[in-house]
Design a protein around this ligand. Structure first.
Ligand code: C5J
Length: 232
């Protein structure tokens, strides 16, 4: 069996041609969260924390594409009429910058606005799944579970932002649905480094209560070994 060096113990990869597949999940790498001049920055967050993972996620994306492995992108956003935004969610946060309000990159967290786009270097390619989600978790009010089943995906590798909010929520939802979940520590970030560290710790605690944690280099080497027979 091919495994990835991970914590709390090696992560098992599905065997080639086993009928079971591993997919990369890239959570919410949206311009509004990641780029200077977006919604996240307007709230006073340090987007530099998030920007530093972009090359790592790009490297993972390239590897999955080269190996012909599935990729799933998510975007947090709401319909323009906000009919899918619970009033409690809209009421939260900074009173001058709420969901649906005009922001620096278009209406905040509204589908189709420039700020809702994925950063150019990670832009989805034709054939890749793009899940628009109104919640923090990627399974809530989406068809993700059905799509994963159709594609025979049983193993999910999580990257993206922010670690303690949408990444962790999605990973917990996936874990509860029986997916084998792996978090790439250097492929996820938070505006708050201490929240990231706490999340990485809690995911792998108690024998992997939510899943496993690894690094991009380790994952890439194992994927190449498992699916091409070579690490280069
Ligand atoms: C995400 C958020 N993507 N922090 N959203 O984590 O509100």
């Amino acid at each position: 069996m091919n495994t990835v060096i991970a914590s709390p113990y090696p992560y098992p990869l599905p065997a080639k041609d086993s009928g079971s597949r591993v997919a990369l999940v890239i959570i919410d790498m949206q311009r509004d969260f990641v780029e200077p001049g977006g919604f996240g920055a307007a709230l006073g967050n340090k987007v530099e924390h998030l920007q530093k993972i972009v090359p790592t996620v790009a490297q993972l994306l390239k590897t999955f594409r080269e190996l012909g492995l599935p990729v799933i992108h998510t975007r947090e956003g709401h319909r323009p009429d906000l009919s899918d935004c619970p009033p409690a969610k809209k009421r939260r946060g900074d009173s001058t910058l709420r969901i649906g309000d005009p922001g620096p990159m278009g209406r905040i967290l509204v589908l189709g606005e420039p700020g809702n786009d994925i950063v150019p270097v990670l832009r989805p390619e034709a054939g890749e799944l793009v899940i628009d989600k109104p919640g923090k978790g990627a399974f809530y009010a989406t068809n993700l579970q059905e799509r994963l089943k159709e594609l025979s995906i049983t193993h999910l590798v999580f990257t993206g932002v922010t670690t303690e909010v949408c990444v962790q929520t999605s990973m917990r939802e996936a874990n509860d649905r029986g997916f084998e979940c792996l978090l790439v520590e250097d492929g996820t970030e938070s505006y708050f480094p201490e929240f990231k560290q706490a999340t990485v710790g809690m995911i792998q605690s108690q024998g992997g209560i939510v899943g496993w944690v690894t690094t991009a280099d380790r994952l890439i080497a194992s994927l190449r070994q498992a699916y091409t027979g070579s690490t280069s």
